[in-house]
Design a protein around this ligand. Structure first.
Ligand SMILES: [Zn+2]
Length: 211
């Protein structure tokens, strides 16, 4: 591998943190050097690795340093992240959508856990969100209806299903789709075999889960 030769002087002038002479250090490395203190980076890395090994062998908790620096820079880092997120909203949204797809079950489980542990907070949040997004609430309802219509095969037991919904109202229960109608991996049907009665609480904690 050939690297561009940049003198220390040049690197300093152009603001580069490293320079490269192509000549070996006193221990034989042909490596970049730190502009600031002219030290060989390979030597530096070797020394660090050795130091790490020694301290680890001596039983030192190697995570302490990382944790300490994490805590020290927490404020600064979260501020930076906030700024980044604000400047890259679209990108972040896509990233999260990808994450949700890849770890669907984990995301659902985490949400369920949060809802179980913070029912009051969730109620307030949902209420606030619904109030601020009436259009989205309506759209979601419409989408669900559409999904149900699409998920009804011709041989569906319409009157049986209607009876089940009536039964649910009578008993104060909700009708749940055992296999969700809308899910990244499966598509349940709006048929008797896929319906069950649940208490509202259980159903809302079940969410869109499918296992
Ligand atoms: Zn060296």
């Amino acid at each position: 591998m050939t690297e561009n030769v940049i003198s220390q002087n040049e690197a300093e002038k152009t603001g580069l943190s490293r320079y490269f002479t192509g000549k070996p250090c006193k221990r034989g490395h042909i490596a970049q050097r730190f502009t600031k203190w002219r030290a060989c980076i390979a030597c530096h890395d070797e020394r660090n690795a050795l130091d790490y090994k020694k301290r680890k062998a001596a039983g030192e908790d190697m995570n302490v340093r990382g944790r300490r620096s994490y805590l020290k820079n927490k404020e600064k880092r979260s501020q930076e992240q906030r700024v980044y997120r604000e400047n890259n909203r679209e990108k972040e949204r896509e990233r999260y959508a990808r994450y949700r797809m890849q770890r669907h079950d984990q995301v659902i489980a985490a949400g369920r856990k949060y809802r179980e542990e913070n029912p009051d907070r969730v109620r307030v949040m949902v209420h606030k969100w619904a109030k601020e997004n009436p259009d989205k609430v309506r759209a979601a309802k419409a989408a669900r209806r559409a999904a149900e219509i699409n998920a009804v095969p011709k041989w569906s037991e319409k009157s049986d299903i209607a009876a089940l919904y009536n039964e649910a109202i009578r008993l104060g229960l909700t009708v749940d789709h055992i296999i969700p109608l809308r899910h990244p991996r499966v598509c349940g049907l709006h048929v008797m075999a896929n319906l069950q009665l649940l208490s509202s609480v259980v159903n809302s904690s079940k969410g869109n889960r499918f296992e």
